[in-house]
Design a protein around this ligand. Structure first.
Ligand code: HEM
Length: 335
């Protein structure tokens, strides 16, 4: 048995090498590569700090601060990751480690994100190098740490709520009991309770706790209140997901039954928006649900998770993304 903190980082790598870039991204700074994730964390924290202090808004003033220098340094180091990937691709056209070896189950994976992107670029001259770098940065930032963060929070919830973990385990063993076989997309359709548990985790701990939009026209809310065109509007998903008028008298209690079909049918569709909503919602939503369920099924059928943390011990930090600051202090036992 061993205790593992900062699980999110490793899970992110576990979840993504075959599907995103076809390689281990070394985001924790192994092999002398810069500690990418720490730099991204600090970068997001500084942006969030700036959002909350109006005096830092004028860029000429912000440029005079130490935080600006740190933020620029972090950006330089973290954007180095996409430049390195592009450079490597130029030196070694399409032959990724995983494609050569196959995955843990001996399957040859489909083309990963990077291969698709670079193939597209070869046939589409309007995709410049800058576009490619931006796409890579978007996928790393939007797709990698979000899922890893969500899954590590989910493991913590399972470790705290042993009864829920047992129910997930029973469901997984009834749907996909053979540990030597990968969990298929079809099988995930049967993981109904597991999905409810994923949803409840993202309700209490939405990875994106604040959504921001600029209103392009005046928006009349009622007779007295209008949001003027040009205003910045923030929706606090975190508080909305804990609002008693929506979630009942115990909104902070972890209760996957919030996602029973009859409960969902009685709620406004936008009462629950961990992936945002409307035309600019998350483009990775389907992939995120799928990868979370597959990952949890693999983990739960092989391991049991425990923790000494209780719900009331947990603290969170907002920094564009939201993290549980206690870390993912879970112990892992082989089943
Ligand atoms: C649990 C995992 C994830 C969560 C909670 C999440 C959440 C979100 C949220 C809330 C937004 C909207 C931000 C806004 O409205 O301002 C968003 C946007 C986005 N997400 Fe995700 N996401 C996840 C996974 C992914 C994955 C796996 C990918 C890619 C494979 C991805 C790619 C994107 C992109 C590209 C956008 C920007 C879309 C646009 O602006 O049109 N996300 N995500």
């Amino acid at each position: 048995m061993f205790v593992y903190n900062f699980f999110r980082v490793d899970l992110g790598l576990f979840a993504s090498p075959g599907t995103s870039f076809g390689k281990d991204m070394n985001t924790q700074g192994h092999d002398g590569v810069d500690d990418y994730l720490q730099k991204v964390d600090l970068f997001f924290s500084l942006i969030f700090k700036r959002i909350l202090s109006v005096q830092r808004y004028p860029i000429w003033l912000y440029r005079l601060t130490e935080d600006y220098k740190t933020e620029s340094k972090c950006w330089e180091l973290s954007s180095g990751m996409s430049k390195r990937l592009l450079q490597e691709r130029k030196l070694h056209p399409r032959q990724t480690e995983l494609q050569q070896q196959g995955d843990n189950f001996g399957r040859k994976p489909a083309l990963n994100f990077a291969d698709n992107l670079f193939d597209e670029a070869e046939n589409n001259p309007s995709l410049t190098e800058e576009h490619l770098l931006n796409h890579i940065d978007t996928i790393i930032a939007a797709g990698h740490d979000t899922t890893a963060n969500a899954v590590s929070n989910l493991l913590l919830m399972l470790a705290i709520h042993q009864d829920v973990q047992e129910a997930v385990y029973q469901e997984v063993m009834s749907v996909c009991p053979d540990k030597t076989k990968p969990v298929t997309t079809e099988e995930t359709n049967g993981l109904v309770y597991t999905e409810m548990v994923c949803k409840e985790t993202l309700r209490l701990f939405p990875v994106a706790p604040l959504l921001a939009r600029k209103s392009v026209t005046d928006v009349k809310l009622d007779e007295k209140h209008t949001i003027p065109a040009g205003s910045c509007v923030c929706i606090c998903v975190y508080t909305m997901h804990r609002e008693p008028s929506i979630w009942g008298p115990e909104p902070t209690k972890f209760n996957p039954d919030h996602f029973l079909p009859e409960k969902v049918a009685n709620r406004h569709p936008y009462a629950y928006i961990p992936f945002s909503g409307g035309p600019r919602n998350c483009i990775g939503i389907r992939y995120a649900w799928l990868s979370m369920k597959i990952l949890i099924a693999h983990l739960v059928r092989n391991y049991r998770f425990k923790t000494s943390l209780r719900m009331e011990d947990l603290d969170v930090k907002f920094a564009i993304m939201m993290r549980i600051t206690n870390g993912c202090m879970v112990s892992i036992e082989e089943r």
